[in-house]
Design a protein around this ligand. Structure first.
Ligand SMILES: Cc1cc2nc3c(=O)[nH]c(=O)nc-3n(C[C@H](O)[C@H](O)[C@H](O)COP(=O)(O)OP(=O)(O)OC[C@H]3O[C@@H](n4cnc5c(N)ncnc54)[C@H](O)[C@@H]3O)c2cc1C
Length: 413
């Protein structure tokens, strides 16, 4: 009861936000409390003036400290055993935190997500006990930053055509990596990198790729920042070079040739946890544009009184609610059995919420009129951040290809 009162009291205090009817979306009391606590925490940690500077300078110097703070609070390593340093942190709760973080800053949330979903979770799902004991505690505490590199300048959607090679010299217990990875979130600042490389460069078959854990202090590894991103500014994006980088054989995940399996398994969890980001961005858009529609007057009335504006708000709100319900129901299943999540369902979820997010963000700008078109109002940033959700973790088109293939296989084979 006390919890319920606390949540309601906080909700009243935050009445300039559009209320979230969590109880309608299968969220329990504890998770409702978590949401409001983290809303408050991110409000304090990430004031709007800081977020504006991060966006303007495309730089967040406090990223490492932020990930450490998240580690101290037990918020890294969702769904991972306490044996490896994680605290009790179910996937669904982690997604609510990711949603609240995205509501403040999608860029910081993307770096947090790359660390946890792309690196820590992939290590946990595919690493040996020894690998996990060696790498996970420092990543989960936030002492070290993680990233994952599959994309290359000439291998994006067609990831199997990657050119980075890993060759094991005869009689040696290490592999030598050469190549270039591109667009890697956290790449310029990471300590522990999962890197996919061809162990059979003559083939594009599933078993031609191997996944390696790379310590980025290894000789021959260099990383540059990719500048001038349209959105997600402040989340470091890297152009990584491997020039005869030696990686011990013991750093292979699951064995030589298992890279494509590791990759596909990782993409499912990336898409699932990633769906919380568009939900958070959409909530930020309505938080900003709906109160604005009730403050801004034209023709002697708040613009929110005009039916065309009401229709816009109604559609934005129901899109957000549909995305939230879809995301939470999938995350509940992921908590029960993350391995049971299928490729086409995860692709469908992220496709649906990302598409809705861009549309809602554009409508948010429309509600603000000219004020939506300048950087003084964060709704502009929300739209620039939202667009990435249709590109990263496989584009909208690739997600459609996955669904199309699934139906072809189901009905034709
Ligand atoms: C900010 C940012 C962060 C990123 N972070 C990471 C990261 O941490 N790690 C990582 O490995 N990668 C990362 N990426 C890379 C991302 O996954 C790729 O950008 C994405 O997979 C698309 O690849 P591409 O950019 O080469 O586009 P392309 O593959 O060249 O696609 C261009 C266009 O062609 C379309 N297209 C391609 N193939 C088909 C097809 N078969 N059918 C129909 N249409 C098609 C695409 O949908 C797209 O519209 C990041 C990218 C960005 C921008």
């Amino acid at each position: 009861m006390l919890r319920r009162i606390t949540s309601r009291a906080f909700r009243r205090a935050a009445s300039n936000y559009v209320p979230i009817e969590d109880q309608m979306f299968g969220i329990n009391e504890e998770q409702i409390e978590l949401r409001y606590q983290f809303r408050k925490f991110f409000e304090n940690e990430l004031p709007e003036s800081l977020l504006r500077d991060i966006d303007k300078n495309d730089d967040f110097p406090g990223l490492r400290d932020f990930l450490k703070t998240m580690g101290n609070m037990g918020l890294n390593g969702p769904g991972i055993s306490e044996e490896y340093g994680a605290k009790d942190n179910p996937i669904k709760s982690a997604a609510i935190i990711g949603e609240e973080l995205s509501r403040k800053s999608a860029a910081i949330s993307m770096s947090y997500g790359a660390h946890n979903a792309l690196n820590v979770r992939v290590l946990d799902a595919n690493g040996s006990h020894e690998q996990k004991l060696k790498y996970l505690p420092d990543l989960i505490s936030g002492e070290k930053i993680g990233a994952l590199s599959m994309t290359e300048p000439t291998a994006g959607s067609d990831v199997m055509s990657m050119k980075t090679t890993a060759v094991q010299p005869a009689g040696k217990d290490y592999y030598v990596l050469n190549g270039n990875k591109y667009w890697i979130t956290n790449g310029p600042v990471c300590d522990t990198l999962i890197c996919y490389a061809k162990t059979d460069p003559t083939s594009n078959a599933g078993d031609s790729i191997t996944a390696f854990i790379v310590d980025t202090d290894a000789e021959g590894f260099t990383a540059n920042h990719i500048p001038e991103k349209m959105g997600m500014r402040g989340s470091p994006t890297g152009d990584l070079h491997f020039d005869n980088v030696k990686v011990p054989k013991e750093n292979i995940l699951l064995g030589e040739g298992a890279g494509a399996f590791v990759l596909m398994r990782g993409l499912n969890i990336e898409r699932l946890l990633g769906a919380a980001m568009p939900v958070g961005i959409m909530q930020a858009v309505v938080d900003q544009s709906f109160p604005y529609a009730h403050e801004r007057k034209q023709f002697g009335r708040p613009i929110g009184k005009f039916q065309l504006m009401q229709g816009k708000m109604a559609e934005m709100y129901s899109s957000l609610s549909a995305c939230r319900a879809y995301t939470y129901s999938m995350l509940k299943s992921a908590d029960q059995d993350p391995e049971a999540m299928s490729n086409h369902e995860c692709a469908s979820l992220i496709m649906f919420v990302s598409d809705a997010c861009t549309k809602v963000a554009l409508e948010g700008i429309q509600i603000l009129g000219g004020n939506g078109y300048v950087n003084d109002y964060p709704v502009n940033r929300y739209m620039r951040d939202a667009k990435l959700m249709e590109i990263g973790a496989g584009t909208t088109e690739v997600r459609k290809v996955i669904l199309g293939r699934y139906f072809n296989d189901y009905f034709l084979d």
